[in-house]
Design a protein around this ligand. Sequence first.
Ligand code: SF4
Ligand code: SF4
Length: 264
Amino acid sequence: MSAKPRVAIHKFASCSGCQLAFVNMGAELIELTKLVDIAHMAEVGHVLSEDEDMDIAFVEGSITTPHDVERLKKIREHSRFLITMGACATSGGIQALRNNADTAEWMRSVYAKPEFIHSLSSSGAIANYVKVDFELWGCPVSVRQMLAAVRAFLFGVTPPNLREKVCQECKRRGNNCILVTQGAACMGPVTRTGCGALCPSFGAPCYTCYGPAENINVGSFGRRLMGLGLSQEQVLRKFASINNAAPAFSDAAKLFCSEPWMEE
Ligand code: SF4
Ligand code: SF4
């Protein structure tokens, strides 16, 4: 048996993009395998049962079925630390948009035999079901943050929980603000940091994949977006996106759903 700490990467309802980001990390992956034993990761063919004891369990994906709940509880029971990996696991993901509709109705319209489908009525974040030791946001997750989390837990410390806004990272990189100079509907002022301000650095607006930042004023920012020419519905859709079920963004979506919110 390996003397190195054991790491598992588990998948629930997700596109596997976070796992692919992990596999694609390149030379750093070799460095990581010197520190830990990647004991379970079905994506690359290492498959163990959820009953195996692990030092760190990364969990990708949201919880959508009763079977998912059972699996997750087993994983939690057998893991020293459990870390969510990406937007699906941390806030419920894009698939949580279905929480605003009637799941039974959806199943009837999609499946010929809906009675064979065992689905929960919502797509839920991992923290809705078990204790989570640390959350990694992003869609996909940042491998740099993932490695930092592994190192921190191996040294017995909790990784820093960075919640500042993408704008702060963007400014540190010396970018011209595309919201101010081009009127682009960039969501950096309400989105948490972690991506390195990737999209704005290439002239593309931020689209909330790291979830809500600290101390945000969604009403005021939505008013700013409407001042750029977006309709109330377009503002709503900006928040009802990848992290739509994160409380600050779902509150924002509800705010801009209410009629009429702003006439001017
Ligand atoms: S967070 Fe994004 S990239 Fe990761 S599994 Fe979910 S949808 Fe895919
Ligand atoms: S481009 Fe976007 S992220 Fe960068 S400073 Fe402007 S609003 Fe913020």
